[in-house]
Design a protein around this ligand. Structure first.
Ligand SMILES: [Zn+2]
Length: 335
């Protein structure tokens, strides 16, 4: 059994910088045709110079592969129309990390000052630039995402022409919001389709599965699986693959993030086959993202076959999801 995917896309990816960039970027660019690159470097990517320079470093690290980095800016409410327009095709989206959101829902919404955000969000609406949001409050860790859903709703209503991407959704509440607001979309990770909180902390603690948003309850994962396996047109794959060196994960003070880039396609094929939904994988891995972002990625055909992939114990200093395990699918050919 084989499946050929056209131009797979990862619409939420952390590539880091410097040595880590050179280790992890090729692990995505080998098998993906493009990826939306997150801007949360230190300092964040928030100028034209830093965006273009980061794009060049990414291209350098992925040299030899057919791969398009779709670049993002770190949200600032000072961005205006002319500034954003000056990027032309070099800018694909803007990423917003909410700060100072409080736990009580009214306070949370008012803490997210729409008036202050409006000039930038209106410019983005006019330019057709999507807004990607890391939608969590500062509330109790299991409730942070669900508490943010009313803020998504408020933004969607206030800026009806703005495409809003709910990043790495993990809850049934977020899934339900997709069909309530025309301009809300979502990315879903590989790991949130596979694990619940039980896998992270139900037995011995598994630091390599510790991530934010934290994995949730079985009924949340069911809701994610339902829209993913049925290729709901408003959801797309975004790995949120986030590499940390082993010592930052296996430590007192474990960093959040699961590294899935090199296993993503094989593990998705395994999952879709298990549920007899392989025919829908193309939409989830590329077609929906092309429609939502209005992009034309480079042509790339990735053929996967139902033969085992032994997942390495590590890539450089980074331990991947499924390290040391065997996946039932593997990549056969990339052209
Ligand atoms: Zn992320």
């Amino acid at each position: 059994m084989t499946i050929t995917l056209n131009s797979p896309l990862d619409m939420h990816l952390h590539l880091r910088d410097k040595d880590m960039l050179s280790v992890v970027a090729p692990l995505t660019s080998e098998s993906f045709a493009g990826a939306l690159i997150m801007p949360n470097l230190v300092p964040p990517v928030d100028t034209k110079e830093s965006l273009l320079a980061y794009r060049d470093r990414v291209l350098d690290a992925t040299k030899g592969d057919i791969f398009k980095p779709y670049m993002t800016l770190f949200f600032r409410d000072s961005y205006d129309y002319d500034f954003l327009k000056s990027f032309g095709d070099e800018l694909t989206a803007i990423k917003l990390y909410p700060a100072g959101i409080t736990t009580n829902s009214e306070g949370g919404v008012s803490g997210f000052d729409l008036k202050k955000l409006a000039p930038t969000l209106e410019a983005m609406s006019e330019l057709g630039l999507p807004l990607c949001i890391n939608g969590e409050t500062n509330g109790f860790v299991m409730d942070r995402e669900a508490e943010f859903v009313p803020i998504y709703a408020k933004l969607a209503a206030a800026f009806p022409k703005l495409k809003i991407i709910m990043e790495h959704i993990t809850t049934k509440e977020s899934v339900d919001a997709l069909d309530k607001h025309e301009n809300l979309y979502a990315t879903i990770t590989l790991h949130h389709l596979y694990i619940t909180l039980d896998d992270v902390a139900g037995g011995m603690l598994r630091p390599h599965l510790f991530c934010k948003p934290i994995a949730k309850r079985p009924h949340d994962r069911e809701a994610l699986l339902n829209v993913t396996l049925n290729a709901h047109p408003k959801v797309m794959f975004g790995s949120d693959s986030a590499p940390h060196p082993r010592e930052a994960k296996e430590s007192c003070g474990c960093a959040a993030g699961v590294f899935t880039a090199p296993v993503a396609l094989a593990a998705l094929a395994q999952l879709f086959e298990k549920h007899q939904k392989l025919d829908n994988l193309q939409k989830f891995i590329s077609d929906n993202a092309k429609n939502i972002y209005n992009i034309t990625p480079p042509a790339k055909k990735v053929t996967l076959t139902r033969s085992p992939m032994e997942v390495p114990a590590s890539y450089g200093s980074v331990v991947p999801m499924f390290a040391g395990e065997t996946l039932s699918w593997s990549i056969k050919e990339i052209i």
